[in-house]
Design a protein around this ligand. Structure first.
Ligand SMILES: CC(=O)N[C@H]1[C@@H](OP(=O)(O)OP(=O)(O)OC[C@H]2O[C@@H](n3ccc(=O)[nH]c3=O)[C@H](O)[C@@H]2O)O[C@H](CO)[C@@H](O)[C@@H]1O
Ligand SMILES: C=C(OP(=O)(O)O)C(=O)O
Length: 434
C-alpha cells in the first residue's frame, strides 16, 4: 500500500484544472454497452476506478481504443457472455462500485446480467434495492445466489412502466434509465436523482437515439426505442474535485484559480463554501479564490449555529462534507456538519482531533466543529485514509498543518483524484508518494 508524506505549511499559488467527473465517467462508460456502434468519450479522468472499469469493459469483449490523453472510443459489438460468469469478472465487480451500472445496459441489450455485490467506499450500508426493484419493475427476474454472493438478472423484453423510487439513488436512477431506454413502451421514473451526472447520461443517451424528457428534474419520462447508435460525449469537470480545491485554497490561505469549472453545473456548492466564510469569485467559467487569512462561518438569520447537511441534488452532495468539515476547523465560528446519507463517513474526525482540531462527534451522522480562526495550527500526524473523501480531507489538513504528516492507504484517494500529488506539487504543495 502506497503512502503520502506531506510537508505542511506551504501556500499554493496559480491555476489548477479539474479532471473529468468520476461519477459521470462510470455511468457514461457503462452506457456504451447499449449500442454495437462506436461511442467516443472525451475528458475521461485517469483515476483508479475509471481505469478499472475500462479494463473490465475490455475483458468483457468491448473494443476500447485510446485516442488521446483523455479520450477513448468504446465499441461493444461482441460481448463475451461466458466471461460474465467467470470468477475473475465477479471478483473485479466486487472491488468497483460503478460495476453495478453494468446491469441496466446488459439486461436491456442482451437480456441477462450477472454481478457480484459491488465494492466502493465502506461508508455505511449501501443498499441496492432501488436499482433492483426498478429493473424488476421493468419485468426483469432476479436471482440472488447467497452462497456465491452473486445476482443473476434475466429478461426477455423489458416493458416500460410507472415507478416511484423509494429514494433518489444516483447510480440506481442511472441503472434504471439505461434499462428503460430499450424497453417496450413508456417508463416514468418519479423521485429520480437529477445530479449533473444523471443529466449528462440522459443527454448522451438522447444523442444515441433515446427519447428521454424531464432531464434535470426528478420526473423522467422515457419512451423506449428499438436500438441506439453511436455518439460522442464530453464529461463535465468533477464538481467534487472543484470543491476539494476550494477547500484546499481556504485552508492553506492560498490564492488559487480553478479553471473551467462548468460553474452552471456546480449547483449549491459555491454557496455552501461561502456560508463557511470563504470568498470566491466566478470569473467567466473559472473560480478565483483570493488568499484569506481569516474566514468566518455565517450564522443562520435567527442567529443560531450554521448547519451544513447533505441532500439529494439540487441539495449539497454528501461527497463534499468531509472537505467542508476540515475547512471549518480553521474558520472563525462553529458549524454542525450533518451527514444524513451515509452513516460511517465522519469517523475520520478522530484523526483531525489528534492533529489539534476541535470537533465533537455527536453520533455517526453529526459533528460539531469549533473553528480555531487560525489562532493555533493543526500539527502533522500519521493517519490512514478510510475512504476517498476522508482521504482528500486529511490531505488538505496535512497540507495546512505544521510539520510532516503521513497518509497511508492512498489508493483510496487514487480512486478518484488524478495524479493528485503531481498537480498539487506544481502549484506549491510538498507531497511525496512512497
Ligand atoms: C459512483 C457514484 O456515482 N457514487 C455516488 C453515488 O453513490 P450511490 O448511487 O451508490 O448512492 P445513492 O444515491 O444510492 O445513495 C447514497 C446513500 O444515501 C442514502 N440516500 C440516498 C438518497 C436519498 O434520497 N436518501 C438517502 O438516504 C442511501 O440510502 C445511501 O446510503 O451517489 C452518492 C450520493 O450522492 C455519492 O456519495 C457517491 O459518490
Ligand atoms: C462515495 C464515493 O464513491 P463510490 O460511490 O464510488 O464509493 C465518492 O465518490 O465519494
Amino acid at each position: 500500500m502506497a503512502l503520502f508524506i506531506i510537508e505542511g505549511g506551504h501556500r499554493l499559488a496559480g491555476e489548477i484544472h479539474p479532471q473529468g467527473a468520476k461519477n459521470e465517467a462510470l455511468q457514461i462508460i457503462c452506457a456504451t454497452l447499449l449500442t454495437a456502434d462506436k461511442v467516443t468519450v472525451h475528458n475521461v479522468p485517469n483515476i483508479l476506478d475509471v481505469n478499472n472499469l475500462i479494463q473490465l469493459m475490455r475483458d468483457m469483449g468491448v473494443e476500447v481504443t485510446k485516442n488521446g490523453i483523455d479520450s477513448y472510443t468504446f465499441q461493444a459489438a461482441r460481448i463475451d457472455t461466458a466471461y460474465l460468469e467467470s470468477e475473475e469478472f465477479l471478483k473485479k465487480c466486487s472491488s468497483l462500485r460503478g460495476s453495478v451500472m453494468l446491469v441496466g445496459p446488459m439486461v436491456a441489450r442482451f437480456g441477462r446480467a450477472v454481478i457480484s455485490k459491488p465494492g466502493g467506499d465502506k461508508i455505511g450500508r449501501r443498499r441496492l434495492d432501488t436499482h433492483f426493484i426498478g429493473i424488476q419493475n421493468l419485468g426483469a427476474r432476479f436471482h440472488h445466489n447467497e452462497a456465491a454472493g452473486t445476482f443473476d438478472i434475466t429478461a426477455d423484453r423489458l416493458k416500460g412502466t410507472y415507478m416511484l423510487l423509494d429514494e433518489a439513488s444516483v447510480t440506481g436512477t442511472a441503472n434504471i434509465i439505461m434499462a428503460a431506454v430499450l424497453a417496450e413502451g413508456t417508463t416514468t421514473i418519479y423521485n429520480a436523482a437529477c445530479e449533473p451526472y444523471v443529466q449528462q447520461l440522459c443527454r448522451m443517451l438522447n444523442r444515441m437515439g433515446a427519447k428521454i424528457t424531464g432531464i434535470a428534474s426528478n420526473l423522467l419520462t422515457i419512451e423506449g426505442v428499438k436500438e441506439l447508435h453511436g455518439t460522442e460525449h464530453t464529461i463535465l469537470p468533477d464538481m467534487i474535485e472543484v470543491g476539494s480545491f476550494i477547500g484546499m485554497a481556504a485552508m492553506t490561505a492560498s490564492e488559487l484559480t480553478i479553471k473551467d469549472v462548468s460553474y452552471e453545473n456546480l449547483g449549491i456548492i459555491p454557496q455552501c463554501f461561502r456560508r463557511l466564510g470563504i470568498r470566491l469569485e466566478q470569473r467567466g467559467d473559472d473560480i478565483y479564490i483570493p488568499a484569506q487569512e481569516s474566514y468566518e462561518i455565517e450564522s443562520f438569520m435567527d442567529g443560531s449555529i450554521m448547519t451544513i447537511a447533505d441532500a439529494p441534488w439540487p441539495g449539497l452532495t454528501p461527497d463534499l462534507l468531509s472537505v467542508m468539515l476540515v475547512v471549518a476547523t480553521q474558520a472563525k465560528g462553529s458549524v454542525l456538519i450533518h451527514q444524513k446519507m451515509f452513516e460511517s463517513r465522519l469517523f475520520f474526525v478522530d484523526k483531525l482531533i489528534d492533529m489539534g482540531a476541535q470537533i465533537i462527534l455527536c453520533d455517526p451522522h453529526r459533528a460539531v466543529v469549533i473553528g480555531h480562526n487560525r489562532t493555533f495550527r493543526l500539527h502533522g500526524g500519521n493517519m490512514t485514509s478510510p475512504d476517498i473523501r476522508a482521504g482528500i480531507a486529511l490531505l488538505i489538513a496535512a497540507m495546512s498543518a505544521d510539520g510532516i504528516s503521513r497518509i497511508h492507504n492512498i489508493e483510496q484517494i487514487d480512486r478518484g483524484y488524478q495524479d493528485i500529488e503531481g498537480r498539487l506539487n506544481a502549484i506549491g504543495a510538498r507531497i511525496t508518494r512512497i
